[in-house]
Design a protein around this ligand. Structure first.
Ligand code: IPE
Ligand code: IPE
Ligand code: MG
Length: 259
């Protein structure tokens, strides 16, 4: 079944041509780092004549479900795009709601994350977050920092261009101070100034909701990542979709420029 040629793009709500089981997928190498652009919450709500924030609430339940499942599969790092540096452009009421979600999510889920040995991280500009949001994420980071299982890495107020710009600025300062020469700036050094400095690059990137773009997400880190797009809206995303994405990934030949 695994050798069957599959569509590169899973078609929305259509039934799966074949279903995968966790056991079947676990027989082959599981991507160590999976990154997800969780998109389509607003459209999911609109289809149901509900306010956009209802879609965000539902999306949060899916985060729980997929975190549990990724942990069961033995994924090492799960990076979830939760809020971009551009999402501040949204109506204040929606931004306020999104900034309450980390508290809501961690308030109820943190004990389970602690128990399941999950390490919570946040990448993005934390200084710009409202005090209550920052407090909630700092608490989760602190309480799980010694956990050695799945790394649950939230991209919160994250933007890849801002990340790269900060890195360039920090490197320039080192050069200005005489601690570094221009010749010493190489790929490894640049990577060490990024927010992912101690994480491997994503092996698999998933984006839901049918949008085929990166929206300022991990531009440096995704250089050799396998992409998987689906029309499914994030609140409709299931364990089976994740299995489909991983099964597709397992059939791809990654060459990294070689033969
Ligand atoms: C993704 O869903 C969640 C965030 C960006 C915070 P959207 O809110 O972007 O949903 P759509 O794209 O409008 O459907
Ligand atoms: C990307 O989704 C950001 C997150 C999922 C958090 P957007 O919905 O903000 O992206 P665009 O505006 O469609 O590119
Ligand atoms: Mg969107």
């Amino acid at each position: 079944m695994l050798n069957k040629v599959r569509l590169w793009k899973n078609k929305g709500q259509e039934p799966f041509s074949s279903e995968y089981t966790k056991e079947e997928v676990k027989k082959r190498p599981i991507p160590e780092h999976i990154a997800i652009i969780m998109d389509g919450n607003g459209r999911w709500a609109k289809k149901r004549a509900m306010p956009r924030v209802a879609g965000h609430y539902e999306g949060m339940q899916v985060v729980r479900k997929i975190t549990r499942f990724a942990n069961e599969l033995g994924v090492k790092v799960l990076t979830l795009y939760a809020f971009s540096t551009e999402n501040w452009k949204r109506p204040k009421s929606e931004v306020d709601y999104l900034m309450k979600l980390p508290e809501e999510f961690l308030g109820t889920f943190l004990p389970e994350l602690v128990k399941e040995n999950v390490q919570v991280r946040v990448m993005g500009n934390k200084e710009q977050l409202p005090e209550h949001t920052r407090r909630a994420v700092e608490k989760a980071i602190k309480e799980t920092k010694n956990n050695t299982g799945l790394i649950l890495n939230f991209a919160l107020n994250y933007g890849s261009r801002a990340e790269i710009t900060s890195a360039v600025q920090a490197i320039a300062k080192q050069i200005e101070a005489g601690n570094l020469t221009a010749e010493q700036v190489n790929e490894e050094l640049v990577a060490s100034y990024l927010m992912t400095k101690d994480l491997g690059d994503p092996d698999l990137l998933i984006r839901t909701s049918g949008e085929i773009r990166l929206s300022n997400f991990m531009l440096w880190q995704l250089a050799y990542t396998e992409f998987w797009f689906t029309d499914v809206l994030w609140p409709d995303f299931t364990e089976q979709h994740l299995l489909q994405a991983i099964a597709d990934f397992q059939q791809r030949g990654r060459r990294f420029g070689g033969v």
